[in-house]
Design a protein around this ligand. Structure first.
Ligand SMILES: Cc1cc2nc3c(=O)[nH]c(=O)nc-3n(C[C@H](O)[C@H](O)[C@H](O)COP(=O)(O)OP(=O)(O)OC[C@H]3O[C@@H](n4cnc5c(N)ncnc54)[C@H](O)[C@@H]3O)c2cc1C
Length: 491
């Protein structure tokens, strides 16, 4: 099946801000429930070359497994697509029967898809590295495969902190990774998306073909359709100077304050974050950091190694390190910088962008989540943004808030018995940091299941334009992730 190439029929234009954002009447994602016994799922099964999996089938639990096990992913059925044409069939079926459709590749950013059909993309696993410096990647591919195959050609891809995350879900959300201050967001390097829009048409979106769609897919995630493949530039990087240095919790206040002042003066060759962690006491983790509170400084330097060593030296002298893992490393080992867990758990998440990080903010954070605070959070991290992330704001895309200087993100245990306490504590942490918060968020760190979240993720102009495009590209209003763009259309 070929992609269509007609241009911007929505006529939203390049700036396209138009009227005030769609007025949203509902407080959270209102699912549209079509009873499954009224859906001719057998018909869909015969139309796809992949598998149709129902809740009673053995594969259902595996295919719906979220990374955050606290999120219930219980669609009416899963279409494990084998080709882009399968995606077309699934989307057209959803349109004909007025049922919502969602998408999942790895479950790292899973959303509830109650009453919807879920397209599972893991079999869309094509991967071609073009040695002249670009890649074509299917929607089911995870970053580590791209990192490993690109490395064979001395090339690098702008993956995030966890290489188990899916390329498409990450990139459509902007994609802020460990070298972002040097090279910008992953979405800044995209050449093309292939996407089945909500009207069931397979389209190719580039700066010249469907530029409106191309704008929306960089930051708007799956709001207008289901991406089947993405093409993006690779960078000639084999190694970087980077990793993480870990300190005892007792040094938290000194390390955080030193990181704050040191990071303020860093050039864009450096990307850094700091994380207060309470990791479990498990044999997979190095003994010095297991089963206790620690603080780690993450660092990735894309310039000359000796210069990187010199730039990082002040962080080494703040306190005695438990582990110093900052050195020359293969770029493909990027996941070692943040050491995010490969396996999920039931989790709570809290996130906000900060406008500033003065000394008082550091003191407040230490009191809220540092030693003696009783914090139940497993990880509380502050990432420094800026550099090429902020500079790239000139590139038109649906990524909002990229000029924010810092991101604050916390993950806690979401198990029954402790989940309420963890949530309350996270809310208390956000309240305590409110004097320095913008109230805004990055879409990749937000579930966008409530209006509060949606409003925090997109600026009003971006949401207006996304809503205009959704009205054209998703005329039946079936794309599950776009619930907030059509709430007013439904009345
Ligand atoms: C441990 C961990 C570390 C992370 N680190 C970073 C980081 O460093 N930087 C960063 O920016 N983000 C980071 N994220 C967030 C991550 O990028 C998002 O959650 C992303 O959406 C995950 O995509 P996925 O395909 O792996 O997950 P999935 O749960 O499979 O998909 C999540 C969402 O992505 C979209 N999506 C997925 N596939 C498609 C498709 N084919 N077409 C259209 N939309 C699609 C949909 O909105 C879907 O609901 C991290 C998440 C985790 C859990």
């Amino acid at each position: 099946m070929s992609t269509t190439t007609s241009t911007d029929p929505a006529g939203t234009g390049a700036d396209g801000a138009g009227d005030r954002a769609t007025v949203i009447a509902k407080a959270s994602h209102p699912s549209r429930h079509v009873p499954s016994d009224r859906l001719p799922l057998d018909e869909l099964a015969t139309r796809v070359t992949g598998r149709l999996v129902r809740p009673e089938d053995a594969a259902y639990d595996d295919l719906t497994l979220p990374f955050n096990l606290a999120i219930p992913v219980r669609p009416l059925a899963v279409v494990e697509v084998a080709t882009p044409e399968d995606v077309v069939e699934a989307v057209r079926f959803a349109g004909r029967h007025g049922v919502e459709i969602g998408v999942q590749a790895t479950g790292h950013g899973a959303r509830t898809v109650d009453g919807a059909i879920l397209v599972h993309t893991s079999r869309l696993d094509e991967l071609t590295i073009h040695p002249e410096g670009w890649a074509r990647v299917g929607a089911g591919v995870r970053w580590q495969r791209v990192l490993d195959e690109a490395a064979l050609h001395g090339l690098a891809a702008l993956a995030g902190s966890a290489p188990g995350v899916g390329v498409v879900g990450y990139t459509t959300g902007g994609g802020f990774g460990p070298v972002a201050r040097t090279h910008g967001l992953a979405s800044d390097h995209v050449r093309a998306f292939e996407v089945v829009t909500g009207d069931g048409v397979l389209r190719r979106a580039t700066a010249d073909e469907h530029p409106d769609l191309f704008w929306a897919l960089r930051g708007g995630k799956g709001a207008l359709g289901i991406v089947t493949a993405v093409e993006f530039d690779l960078l000639p990087i084999s190694t970087i100077y980077g990793g993480a240095i870990w300190f005892d919790a007792a040094d938290t206040a000194d390390v955080l304050e030193a990181w704050r002042t040191w990071s303020e003066g860093l050039p864009s060759s450096a990307t850094t974050s700091v994380a207060i962690k309470q990791l479990p006491d498990v044999p997979e983790l190095p003994a010095p950091i297991a089963g206790r509170m620690t603080i780690s400084v993450r660092f990735a330097w894309t310039g000359d190694v000796e210069a990187g060593r010199e730039v990082f030296a002040p962080m080494r002298s703040v306190a005695t390190a438990l582990i110093d893992g900052v050195d020359v490393m293969p770029y493909a080992a990027l996941g070692a910088i943040h050491m995010d867990p490969p396996q999920g758990m039931p989790a709570t998440e809290a996130h906000v962008l900060l406008d500033s990080l003065p000394r008082e903010a550091v003191d407040a954070l230490v009191a809220l989540v540092g030693p003696g605070s009783g914090s139940p959070q497993v990880v509380v991290e502050v990432r420094q943004l800026g550099g090429a992330v902020a500079a790239g704001a000139a590139l038109a895309s649906a990524v909002s808030h990229r000029t924010a200087p810092y991101s604050l993100f916390a993950v806690g245990v979401g198990l029954p018995g402790v989940v309420e306490q963890t949530r309350e504590h996270a809310a208390w942490m956000l309240e305590g940091m409110a004097p320095w918060s913008s109230g805004r968020r990055l879409v990749n760190f937000t579930q966008t299941e409530t209006l509060e979240e949606v409003n925090a993720v997109y600026d009003p102009q971006t949401r207006t334009r996304l809503a205009q495009l959704a009205a054209y590209y998703d005329p039946h209003g079936i794309i599950s992730a776009a619930w907030h763009l059509r709430a007013s259309r439904r009345g």
